[in-house]
Design a protein around this ligand. Sequence first.
Ligand code: IMP
Length: 432
Amino acid sequence: MPLTIVIGTQWGDEGKGRIVDLLSAEAQLVARYSGGDNAGHTVTVGRDIFKLHQIPSGIIHAHTVSVLGNGMVINPNTLSAEIDLLTQNGIHVSPQRLAISHAAHLITPMHRLLDQAQDEARGASKIGTTGRGIGPAYVDKAARRGLRAQDILDPASFREKLTAHVQDVKRQMQLFFGSDVTDEQSLIEEYAAKAISLAPYIRDTGALVRDYLSRGMHVLAEGAQGTLLDLDQGTYPYVTSSCTTAAGVFSGLGIGVQQAGRVVGITKAFQTRVGSGPFPTELLDETAGRLRGSGANPWDEFGTTTGRPRRVGWLDGVLLRYAVAVNGVSELALTKLDILSGFSVIKICTAYRVRGKDYEALPDGLQTQQMQTYQPVYEELHGWEGDIRDVRRWEDLPSQAQQYVHRIAQIAGVPVRMVSVGPEREQVIYLA
Ligand code: IMP
């Protein structure tokens, strides 16, 4: 099958960027299909560390074409900065290599203001959004008053639509939050200039992706965020505003469902979450500090986009099984196994205790209120001593690490095909 889908099985930050980077070596086209610059995909190539927010991680491979699909919300300001940063680092970015869907929606600075003000106003029940304007941009899309990339192609009417949008949000900010937006004229001018500079990249990306697929070329769909942040299938309302699961690939790129073949679920060897919401296996003791790291290393558990410390916990097998089912995951890629080295005991949640009974599947579906009362039931496995970051062959992994990987595959019901033991490209073990 020419289409490979890469999906996060947790709450994002599973290490999708580094796996997409590896899989892109065999792809001709790499496409993002949902979300915006709330994502932060880190790829380490030698001494270079690329932190990508909108452009697919595949761009780092010179032979690939990158697509920002119609399911995305795009911020021209941060996208221009991302293009500049890649160019400065020797990555060639041109309209031959990067295509933006004409139907993708635009995030404006007004969406950001609204996002931050709305989340702040939620008080104790705040979602803890990335503050990037994602929710308000998708609200405008659903309300059929959004700005689309194709609007940029007619600069005069684009300025008019933009001005109307700015005035509209300005009024909302005054009315609901008592805050004023000043200097909106320069905001409009600067934003319009950045947006118009992207015009050469805008095209019918659906036709482009379909053409690649019809010619048997290998297309990689790069998921953003994770399954549990999906607007429908996640821990609502503590979710993002897009379809992050495999289903979103088809509407977010404009391709037919029969293309689905390989669905790679990315799973961190433990669980993390940024922002609010239920997290049954969350740890708050010193183990949490060990899993999180101090923040001194780029791979420590601090948000790529916001720098916030991530909440951490043991791997949740119940939620992993759910993610496999919801996405039709056909194989797993396990990341950050090296971080568990040195733990004498490693726990994995295999069931939830609810009203005195153990359940291996969610007893009431993914309902946020109920989940907060679920007790995780843990299985304990032996840990391993010693550093595994230099291991490249399965047979060289300590037997306890092998057992942990085997157990994850058993719980998930699908094979683990890749295990990453460090951030570098070559720090990966492939399994038959
Ligand atoms: P939003 O997408 O900025 O609206 O944020 C909604 C929720 O999703 C918040 O809890 C964020 O922390 C979380 N979130 C959004 N994008 C990411 C991501 O790329 N990684 C991890 N969490 C994310």
